[in-house]
Write a protein that binds this ligand. Sequence first.
Ligand code: NIG
Ligand code: FE
Length: 424
Amino acid sequence: MQTVSSSHLWPSADGVWHQLHLAPEASQAGAAGLFDAAIVVEQGRIVWVGAYADLPAPYQQEIRHNAQGALVTPGWVDCHTHLVYGGQRANEFAMRLAGASYEEVSRAGGGIVSSVKATRAASEEELFDAAVPRLQALLAEGVCAIEIKSGYGLSLEHERKQLRVARRLGQALGVTVRTTFLGAHALPPEYAGRSDDYIRLVCDDMMPALAAEGLVDAVDVFCETIGFTLAQTEHVFQAAQALGLPVKLHAEQLSDMGGSALAARYGALSCDHIEHLSAQGIAAMRQAGTVAVLLPGAYFTLRDDHLPPIAALRAAGVPMAVSTDHNPGTSPTLSLLLMLNMACTLFRLTVPEALAGVTRHAAQALGLQATHGSIAVGCPANFVLWPLSDVSELAYWLGQRPSCSVVRQGRLAVDGMALHQRAT
Ligand code: NIG
Ligand code: FE
């Protein structure tokens, strides 16, 4: 079993963090951010943030943490991942290079179903051990909250195993984890030709049982020609609604199925992928307050050339989030910084839009906007200190990880800048 360093042993972040350059996304700081800023943390929560010159007298005597002029951003939120699975699918990479499409790989018995075989064959311990280094890689870059989906088990026993691992990862590594039940990810082989029967199993047996065990924070469906139909998606949404669970959707990735408009009718937290999203879908999402989650890693890996309708989303004011979509098939990346770069270079997001995409808007896609994705009074102390002078550098460097320090859940969880050893 993986031994994971216990989070209660990390140094407390309580005290006054000073010599900070607050990134524009960090608070109400202006376009350039706020230089010479301070953050006060008490009992793991942010109790004050602003210009150091305005630090209230009662905080003057508290312990000091000198950030040496670091740029500070909110802790990242990775709002769409499939982090827990068995095996890997490098063979599909080669198949795609030889010209096969995602649909062809999937119809040839590869794709999601091949990860299902490997995930079912793995024990809970094995899945946990395999997921720990993946999560550690994301945490090292500043992730402070993450969504983890099931969807490689496709039976009660194996979906439970995945979701239990997701919960355990959050506890063991001291990070906020939101679990999403994605039982309707693919048709398991034993249900071949009986997709409606499988959807009934998802709705009537798996979802209520897993929700009763406290393993489900939201429900998702892969609505696609190689996934499930609109009617089947609605059946799942109704079951989720009956249990009081919020919904999300893998929507319009390969074709326009109208899934986003349906999801919006159910008040979905987010619609994700959305390369083929229509004008009606955008209007429905805007009305429902549904977040558009952009997944440039999958777009890149599948060598997609159908861009999501960024300009129309922007014009409509639909909040856009950016996520890794980490999964072994279509997005084998463990770098949210790389996704920032790709969101800008491939999808033409501005740097501020991309930063909002991995902070405020990503938190909103998980229903966590009151506590995560910004540096605000009352929030748990989750922020990242970067040895960078310009906020654009977060998106500019390509495949290179600046060593940051991370305050997560009120503790100095990562200290790449060696701030702990330095003078205050
Ligand atoms: O978000 N599109 C469906 N789900 C995943 C891919 C899962 C897989 O291929 O294993 C996605 O891209
Ligand atoms: Fe996904």
